[in-house]
Ligand binder design. Structure first.
Ligand SMILES: NC(=O)c1ccc[n+]([C@@H]2O[C@H](COP(=O)([O-])OP(=O)(O)OC[C@H]3O[C@@H](n4cnc5c(N)ncnc54)[C@H](OP(=O)(O)O)[C@@H]3O)[C@@H](O)[C@H]2O)c1
Length: 250
């Protein structure tokens, strides 16, 4: 038996990889010999530095997933540049503290377009290529809020819950083609996304008290789990939902 992760020769698209969990995942996969396509909403110093740090096989592409025309253009561009992924990591999302009583129509549809509809389009576009190869990995970066409600995150949590259902359908339909589809469920991970709220020391301490392990997670811990799920070693795991939350899901 060999415990090393061999993904050389594979191409991975990591959506939302200019920063945070996506960036750490892209960098780890690149270090394992994967050709990684980094993505952000726009050209930015963060996106450029991720690609530079990853080395010579990395690529970059931009699109705002809140705009379906941009998502379609993004897919076309990947096909034209021969950057069709064997490993699709659906990590990009938008999040706001939007509850049942304070959402606007525009906020509602923007979040569903970005988090849910774009994932449907990316799977629809790239699963057929994986099927032809009889190999593929689709990994959703969900959230414990997809399974565990939080009032201030009602809208965001509902998009993550929708994706958990999509992932299971995709797992079932693609299993005969040796394509695995799994979801990781992060808890509180220190990234740019929550830097502002966690900078309130009293709030952060109070939140840590609710986490059985009494600490926040980091992007690298998520990257290890995602890279394992992408590897050959995880070829019999499909339709799984794996919390990475220090016990906060309990
Ligand atoms: N951090 C946590 O505690 C936590 C907990 C549970 C789940 N998650 C999930 O983990 C994933 C990554 O989170 P993170 O904390 O690493 O996020 P982050 O640091 O905020 O990074 C978000 C990434 O998504 C991209 N993005 C933002 N808006 C987008 C849009 N409209 N269209 C396309 N891409 C967009 C950003 O690109 P730009 O740089 O161009 O803006 C960036 O690359 C998300 O799905 C999130 O829901 C995170």
């Amino acid at each position: 038996m060999d415990f090393s992760i061999d993904l050389k020769g594979k191409t991975a698209l990591v959506t939302g990889s200019s920063r945070g969990i996506g960036r750490a995942t892209g960098l780890l996969l690149a270090s394992l010999g994967v050709r990684v396509i980094f993505h952000g909403t726009k050209e930015s110093p963060q996106l450029l530095s991720a690609v530079e740090q990853a080395g010579n096989k990395a690529e970059k592409i931009t699109a705002d997933f809140g705009n379906m025309e941009e998502v379609k253009g993004f897919i076309r561009e990947l096909e034209e540049r021969n950057l069709v992924p064997d490993i699709l990591i659906l990590n990009a999302s938008v999040q706001s503290y939007t509850g049942l009583e304070n959402f606007s129509e525009e906020e509602f549809s923007r979040m569903y377009r970005t988090n849910v509809e774009s994932s449907f389009l990316l799977i629809q576009a790239f699963a057929p290529y994986m099927r032809k190869k009889n190999w593929g990995r689709i990994i959703f970066v969900g959230s414990i809020n997809g399974a565990k409600p939080a009032s201030r995150l009602a809208l965001y949590g509902s998009t993550k819950a929708a994706l958990m259902n999509v992932a299971k359908t995709a797992a079932m339909e693609n299993a005969p083609f040796q394509i695995t589809v799994n979801t990781i469920l992060p808890g509180v991970i220190t990234t740019d996304r929550n830097a502002a709220v966690l900078s309130d020391a009293a709030f952060a301490e109070n939140l840590k008290e609710k986490i059985p392990m009494r600490r926040f997670g980091n992007a690298e811990e998520c990257a290890f789990l995602i890279s394992f799920l992408a590897s050959e070693n995880a070829s019999y795991i499909t339709g799984a939902e794996i919390p990475i939350a220090g016990g906060l899901q309990l």
